[in-house]
Design a binder for this molecule. Sequence first.
Ligand code: TRP
Length: 464
Amino acid sequence: MPEDRGQWSGKLGFILAATGSAIGLGNLWKFPYITYENNGGAFVLVYIAAILVVGIPIMMAEVLLGRKTQLSPVGAFQNLGKNKAGGQAWTAVGFLGVLAGFTILSYYSVVAGWTIHYAWLALTGRLVELSSDPQALQTYFGSEFLASGSSQVFYHVLFMGLTTAAVFFGVKRGIERVARILMPFLFLILVVLVIYSSTTEGFGEALTFLFRPDFGSLTTASVLEALGHAFFTLSLGMGAMLTYGSYMGRDISIPRAAVQISALDTLIALMACVIMFSIINSADIDVSKSSTILFTTIPTVFAKLPAASLFNAMFYILIGFAALTSTISLLEVVSSYAIDNLGWARHRATLTMGGAITIFGTLNALSLGASSRLSSINLIGRESTAGLFGTMDYLASNWYLPVGGLLIALFAGWIMNPRETRQELETGHGPLASFGIWHFLIRFVSPLAVGAIIVSVILGKEYN
Ligand code: TRP
């Protein structure tokens, strides 16, 4: 028997940790950037619809599979697949999740590391200096920072160290504790920045852009992009929520938790948009379409406003915190496989897996310098970009996550007995009037929607 797996201290612990996993670079960086590219309003509505009909049902499915088995993905599918159609073949879904966790973490932590460097640059005043000339800032980012292998490796290793340390101390004393400290902080910084942005003249324009839909500008590509993003932002498709669900007590309502986590995640993504669009509008700056806007444009904008260094630093610390609670969940999926299935002690599992990902990620970090063309950096993007970094990102977001999500939905909707799924969803909740709606969504709507993403990838229609 593996060692005591650990459990959240209660409902709040689970919600904070899971929300921490969900809120990350996807919310603070990718969402504002794709909302900008897709013309706001209508895209935001489609995205919210995707969260409701695809995101929440799949999150409920993942959490129920985890809590039912009290195991991480590989063990959960092994256990549940046993006497069912497909049998042990379902275990592959678990392994796909472990592979996805390994892959995503190996490049996500490189970008997460950038936030430490930029917070540091802000605090020393260097960032404001650089920002006086937008071109200088671009050059610094591309030709100096990205091109410097030693910087890339240093911050990646630092970020992996923080991540590994948190996971090392276990579910309650490590993962939950970090979330309990960082999440309120993150929320506070966001509120301060939203208030700050509401005093800028671009605020009204930002709200109009975000909340006045213009359906004429909506394309199939943007619908698919909204769908794919709903998936990534809620940490779905690789068993991260499944793993977190496996540490959850039977007194907690899964449907309620899934709704709360998704609502918080969406709220924060929208707050990030309000902040960024307000300050960008106010500064009258020509925003390049580059996805590196966070590191090459935002500081220039802050520099034109009062207390630039302070708000710049706060901004990067915010993003770093959000990223850390996400990298923790990625490492936990990989480590918990070793704990549950190989019988390793947690300390051994986290140090080994954390170490292996650090080493592999170092190659990603170095590949950035080698291909340091600004345009080639398109994290979590759809196109296969240059270098190892781009390939890892391409594989994860185009293949591992959608395929994993599709299989999870099919398993929960078609392979599991409705009596079993209903019982798990009602445990800690009471009679679930909306079970029929969930069952319909997970059987038909989610697989079709996720299937559409996969088909578009196969047909080579990049939806970015
Ligand atoms: N959801 C996180 C974000 O928006 C990223 C993330 C963490 C993730 N864990 C995940 C994505 C698991 C997919 C699967 O940044």
